[in-house]
Design a protein around this ligand. Structure first.
Ligand SMILES: C[S@@+](CC[C@H](N)C(=O)[O-])C[C@H]1O[C@@H](n2cnc3c(N)ncnc32)[C@H](O)[C@@H]1O
Length: 234
C-alpha cells in the first residue's frame, strides 16, 4: 500500500470534527446518503472506504461490512459497530463473487485515480439485481472548483477567494489529495461496465458560502448539487 492510500491517517479526528462543526451540511449529506441507500433491511452491505463510520453511525449496521485503508479511521468505525473486513484499498482487497446486495462509496471515489477496475470488482461482488451507490463532490460543482482552486494555490487564504469562502472549509490537505471526478465520467464508466437503471440524487444546491445555514432537501438529478449520488443496478 503506498502513502497515498493512507492519506487519511492522522486526519480522523479533524475529519469528524469538520462534519460536527458543519452540522447542517452534514445533515444534508446524511439525508442524501439515506435516500440513495434506500431500504437496507435484510440486505448485506459493503462500505468501500468506510472511514470513521460517521454516516454509518446513523443507520442500522447489523449487516454492514467495511474496508478502509487508514487504520486511524477504520478503528473508529469498528468502535461504531462496523465490521471492518480489511484495512486495505478496494484495489488490494479480495471480494467473493455475488455476495452483497449494496456496495457503496461515500466520498471514497474522490481519492481513487482509476475508478473502472474498482467499480468492476464491485460489480462481480454484487448479487444479481444488487446496487452500486456512489456519493461524491462532483468536480464540476462549486465545491469541486473550490477544492481544485485551494489545491492549485496550496491555500484557501488568498485574495482571489476573499469573501467567497465558507467559514470552515474542508481541510486543505484532504481537498488537495482528492482526485476529483465529474459525475459524467463515473456515469460513462458504469454504463461501459454494463450497470443499468441509473438514477441520480443531489443536495448542497446552495453555494458553499451558504451551505451550512440550514439542512437542504434531496432533489433528483445531478447537475446542480455539491453532493451527488448515483445509484446503479447490476
Ligand atoms: C472522504 S473520506 C470518506 C469516509 C467515509 N466514507 C465517510 O463518508 O465519512 C474517503 C475515504 O476513502 C478512503 N480511501 C482512499 N483511497 C481508497 C481506496 N483506494 N480504496 C478504498 N478506500 C479508500 C480514505 O481512507 C477515506 O477514509
Amino acid at each position: 500500500m503506498n502513502a497515498k492510500n493512507v492519506m487519511f491517517d492522522g486526519y480522523a479526528a479533524q475529519y469528524d470534527e469538520w462534519f460536527m462543526k458543519n452540522d447542517n451540511l452534514f445533515a444534508s449529506e446524511l439525508k442524501l446518503f439515506q435516500k440513495a441507500l434506500g431500504n437496507i433491511e435484510g440486505k448485506r452491505l459493503l462500505s468501500v472506504g468506510c472511514g470513521s463510520g460517521l454516516f454509518e453511525s446513523y443507520i442500522d449496521c447489523t449487516n454492514l461490512e467495511g474496508i478502509e485503508p487508514s487504520e486511524d479511521m477504520g478503528k473508529i468505525a469498528q468502535k461504531r459497530g462496523i465490521k471492518v473486513i480489511s484495512y486495505s484499498t478496494i484495489e488490494d482487497v479480495d471480494l467473493a463473487d455475488s455476495t452483497y446486495d449494496i456496495i457503496y462509496f461515500n466520498g471514497s471515489s474522490s481519492y481513487i485515480a482509476d475508478l473502472r477496475p474498482a467499480y468492476d470488482k464491485c460489480k462481480r461482488a454484487l448479487k444479481e439485481g444488487g446496487r452500486l451507490v456512489l456519493l461524491d463532490v462532483p468536480k464540476e460543482s462549486a465545491f469541486g472548483f473550490m477544492y481544485l482552486l485551494g489545491k492549485s494555490l496550496n491555500t484557501y487564504d488568498h485574495e482571489f477567494l476573499d469573501g467567497a469562502m465558507p467559514e470552515l472549509p474542508y481541510p486543505l490537505a484532504l481537498a488537495a489529495s482528492g482526485v476529483w471526478h465529474t459525475t459524467e465520467e463515473k456515469i460513462g464508466i458504469l454504463e461501459n461496465l454494463g450497470f443499468a437503471n441509473l438514477s441520480y440524487y443531489q443536495t448542497l444546491i446552495k453555494n458553499p458560502l451558504y451551505t451550512n445555514e440550514e439542512p437542504e432537501e434531496v432533489l433528483e438529478g445531478y447537475k446542480s448539487g455539491g453532493y451527488v449520488a448515483i445509484v446503479a443496478e447490476c
